[in-house]
Design a protein around this ligand. Structure first.
Ligand SMILES: NC(=O)c1ccc[n+]([C@@H]2O[C@H](COP(=O)([O-])OP(=O)(O)OC[C@H]3O[C@@H](n4cnc5c(N)ncnc54)[C@H](O)[C@@H]3O)[C@@H](O)[C@H]2O)c1
Length: 332
C-alpha cells in the first residue's frame, strides 16, 4: 500500500503495521528510520544547463513541488513563467492558501539562479485567461518549450456524504484545469514543432483512496489525459508524460486533517493537538515507508521533471514516472 494512500484500506494498514511490530522487520525498520530523512537533497549546483534557452511554464509555482521545479528549471538554464491562483481555492480542504508573496518568493529564487522570471496570477479553471497568458508569454519570450502542469488541490470527503461542490472543485481544478493548460500552451509548441509537457498526477491516480474519490478520480483522469495528449501531439515533436509524486512535504500534505487520517487508519486516536498529532503521524508514516521517510522533500521531484523536459528525453512519451520514496513497490 502506498504511503500517500494512508487513508486506504484500514485492514491493510493495520496488518502491515502489526506484521512490522511483531517480526524482525520491526527492528530493521526502526534502525532505518531517520537515516533517509536526514538525507534531504536539494541540488543547488551541478545542474548541467540541459534546458539552456528554453522557456518553461510552471503551474502551481507559488510553493511546494511547483516552486522546487521552477527553481530547478532555472538552474538548468531555462527562462521560467510561474503561474498560480495565489488565493483560497477550496476553503474546506484544510490547506492554507498560497499568496502573491509566495509566488514572488519563487520568482526571487528563479532570478537568483540567473534566469528570467515572469509571474502570472490566474485560476487554471479559466481557459480564456490561460490563453491570454500563453499569448503574452509567446509575445514576450518568442516561444514556449516546456509546460509543467502541476497545480492541484486535495480534500477528503466520504463518497456518500460529499456535496456536489466537493466533487466538482477537485475535478474542475485538477483534471479540467490541467487539460486547460495543455489547450492553452500546446498550440505554441505545435507551431514550433517541439515541446515537453509534464503533468503532475499522484500515487492516488494509481489506486483507490479512502474518503478521497474525487481527488483519486481526478488524478487517474490526468493519466488518461496525458496518454491521449501523447498520442495526438507526438507527431508534432511534443512529448507528454506524468510525474507521480509520493507523499511530499508541502502545505497540501502537512496539516491537521491529514495527520488525523494517518493516525485513524493506523488505529490511533488523534489528540487534536496539531504538534502531537504531527509527531505521531510522522512515526506511523516512517514505519510504513520503504525508504524510511514520512514525507519527501519537494526538491526530490525536480531531477525527474528536468530530465523529462530535456532534449535527452525525446523518445520518452505517454508514460508515468514515480518519485515515491519506494511506495511504488506496493502498487500492482
Ligand atoms: N504533496 C503531495 O504529497 C502530493 C502527492 C502527489 C501529488 N501531488 C500533486 O502535486 C501538485 C502540487 O502540489 P503540492 O504538494 O506542491 O501542493 P501546494 O498546495 O503546495 O501547491 C499547489 C499549488 O497549486 C496552486 N493552485 C491550486 N489551484 C489552482 C488553480 N485553480 N489555478 C492555479 N493555481 C492553483 C496553489 O495555489 C498552490 O500554490 C498537485 O497537483 C498535487 O495534487 C502532491
Amino acid at each position: 500500500m502506498s504511503r500517500e494512500n494512508h487513508m486506504g484500506s484500514k485492514n491493510n494498514t493495520l496488518s502491515r503495521r502489526d506484521s512490522l511490530t511483531s517480526s524482525s522487520a520491526a527492528f530493521t525498520a526502526a534502525a532505518f528510520i531517520g537515516k533517509m530523512e536526514g538525507q534531504k537533497m536539494e541540488q543547488t549546483s551541478g545542474w548541467d544547463k540541459s534546458l539552456s534557452g528554453k522557456v518553461a511554464v510552471v503551474t502551481g509555482a507559488a510553493r511546494g513541488i511547483g516552486r522546487s521545479v521552477a527553481v530547478a528549471f532555472a538552474r538548468s538554464g531555462a527562462h521560467v513563467v510561474g503561474i498560480d491562483i495565489c488565493t483560497t481555492v477550496d476553503p474546506r480542504s484544510g490547506v492554507e492558501p498560497a499568496t502573491p508573496d509566495d509566488l514572488e518568493a519563487t520568482g526571487e529564487l528563479v532570478k537568483g539562479a540567473g534566469a528570467t522570471w515572469k509571474s502570472i496570477i490566474l485560476d487554471q479553471r479559466e481557459l480564456p485567461k490561460l490563453r491570454n497568458a500563453a499569448a503574452d508569454v509567446e509575445k514576450e519570450f518568442g516561444h514556449i518549450d516546456i509546460l509543467f502542469a502541476n497545480a492541484g488541490i486535495q480534500a477528503f470527503r466520504p463518497l456518500l456524504e460529499m456535496e456536489d461542490a466537493d466533487w466538482h472543485i477537485q475535478i474542475d481544478v485538477n483534471l479540467t484545469g490541467t487539460a486547460n493548460t495543455v489547450r492553452a500552451f500546446g498550440p505554441a509548441m505545435l507551431r514550433r514543432g517541439s515541446g515537453r509537457i509534464i503533468m503532475t498526477t499522484s500515487t492516488q491516480g494509481r489506486h483507490g483512496t479512502f474518503n478521497g474519490a474525487a481527488y483519486s478520480a481526478s488524478k487517474w483522469g490526468i493519466i488518461g489525459l496525458m496518454k491521449s495528449a501523447a498520442l495526438e501531439l507526438g507527431r508534432h515533436g511534443i512529448t507528454v508524460n506524468c510525474l507521480v509524486p509520493g507523499l511530499i512535504d508541502t502545505a497540501l500534505t502537512r496539516h491537521e486533517e491529514r495527520y488525523e487520517q494517518a493516525l485513524q487508519l493506523a488505529g490511533r486516536t488523534p489528540s487534536g493537538d496539531v504538534k502531537a498529532d504531527e509527531a505521531a503521524a510522522r512515526k506511523v508514516l516512517q514505519v510504513r515507508s520503504p525508504l524510511g521517510v514520512p514525507w519527501i522533500d519537494p526538491a526530490e521531484m525536480a531531477p525527474m521533471v528536468v530530465f523529462l523536459a530535456s532534449d535527452a528525453a525525446r523518445m520518452v512519451s505517454g508514460a508515468t514516472f514515480d518519485v515515491t520514496g519506494g511506495d511504488s513497490a506496493n502498487n500492482v
